[in-house]
Design a protein around this ligand. Structure first.
Ligand code: SF4
Length: 377
């Protein structure tokens, strides 16, 4: 593992995760056999085990989850279950890291498949962020507050903690940005430019006062005066799933189903969020559907597994995905039940496979950033 020491904090560049090949009998097993083995392992491990399932997981995985939810809610559930020594996180890498940051020392966090990452989180690497910060703090005289979305690696959360910033979720981005503007003059927001832009616009900050920092371009790609004049500096990152939704799809849904309510996730591009009737985090989308009257119609712009599950759970309502061509999160999809079975079988044999361990110095500063967010609740 590469180790750099910058600004007094040990930074580790995350190496590409390696996933051990599953033994053949896991791959060849029937669905029923895999399900039976998982059920048996769960029963034997009892309260020592908690399985967390992100909303975007497929049903064959969600059926084993003790708790379902978004990434932050799940990390909290894991930490709150102090009797669980093992937290199996059916989500992606940054989520398991967040669970480890919040977990007690005796709790061990496991990601069933180490290659389940998040393409958005991977768009902001700590070295790029350090470079960006060094450049911006040289050319911008005012105070910049760094804010990272929950969907980021632990070392980025630590970076913002160490530099006076905070973490935000898609539910509380506005509250956190309001707080950031009380602490400083500008905000550097990463890794999702769309969440940053959509939130800034709804705070009344015009688009001209936001500028994108492209980590692959020389000095961010924009002239220095644009970074000096802007209020929000947006990292050029995006979610490949939410980036698929378009205004044309919204028009089509309204034409096909007059009166349908269009609700999208704030990781969608600005034009889509502007054209929708409403927007919100996965938790908010779930609540909107649950609170609606029988016969309600929703065209939803978020990951297909969640949309399909909502449709299944609410047969008296019309719930469709805005994108007629299925749009699963391909990295979430790497959590196949066979991997869940494999990590549980290993626990039964006394082996902890695929443990996610965040280094203590990173954990300490990441907690500072998370605690700042929590103090705003
Ligand atoms: S849906 Fe997008 S942001 Fe969420 S885990 Fe998948 S790639 Fe990452």
């Amino acid at each position: 593992m590469a180790v750099l020491t910058l600004s007094g904090l040990t930074r580790r560049a995350r190496e590409a995760p390696v996933q051990e090949a599953l033994p053949e009998h896991y791959v060849d097993a029937s669905e029923d056999e895999t399900a039976h083995k998982i059920a048996t392992a769960k029963e034997i491990l009892g309260r020592k085990l908690v399985i967390l399932g992100h909303h975007y997981q497929r049903d064959e995985v969600i059926r084993w989850a003790d708790y379902t939810g978004d990434s932050y809610k799940l990390a909290r559930y894991g930490a709150d279950r102090r009797d669980a020594d093992f937290i199996v996180f059916c989500g992606v890498h940054f989520m398991a890291e967040s669970a480890d940051i919040l977990a007690a020392d005796h709790q061990r966090v496991i990601l069933p498949n180490m290659t389940a990452g998040c393409s958005m989180a991977d768009m902001a690497d700590i070295h790029q962020v350090e470079e960006c910060w060094a450049h911006l703090t040289r050319i911008v005289p005012e105070r910049i507050i760094p804010i990272t979305y929950m969907n980021s690696a632990a070392n980025l959360k630590a970076f913002v903690g160490e530099h006076g910033g905070a973490v935000c979720t898609s539910s509380n981005a506005r509250t956190v940005l309001d707080w950031a503007f009380q602490q400083g003059d500008k905000v550097l927001f990463f890794p999702d430019q769309h969440l940053g832009r959509n939130t800034g616009l709804r705070m009344g900050i015009p688009g001209e006062q936001m500028v994108v920092w492209d980590p692959w371009a020389l000095c961010g790609g924009a002239p220095a005066h644009e970074y000096r004049d802007a209020r929000i500096l947006l990292w050029k990152g995006h979610c490949s799933v939410h980036g698929r939704f378009t205004v044309d799809q919204i028009r089509q849904a309204r034409a096909d189903f007059p009166g349908i309510r269009v609700v999208v996730h704030p990781e969608c591009v600005q034009e889509v969020v502007d054209a929708a009737d409403d927007f919100g985090s996965t938790e908010r989308i779930v609540k909107l559907v649950q609170a609606s009257e029988p016969g309600a119609q929703f065209a939803i712009g978020t990951e297909i597994n969640l949309v399909n599950r909502l449709a299944h759970e609410h047969p008296g309502k019309r719930i469709i995905c805005l994108d007629p061509v299925v749009c699963p999160c391909s990295t979430m999809y790497r959590i196949h039940p066979a991997y869940v079975r494999w990590v549980l079988d290993n626990l039964l044999d006394g082996r902890v496979k695929n443990e996610i361990v965040v280094a203590d110095d990173i954990k300490r500063w990441a907690r500072v950033a998370l605690d700042r967010m929590l103090s705003l609740a």
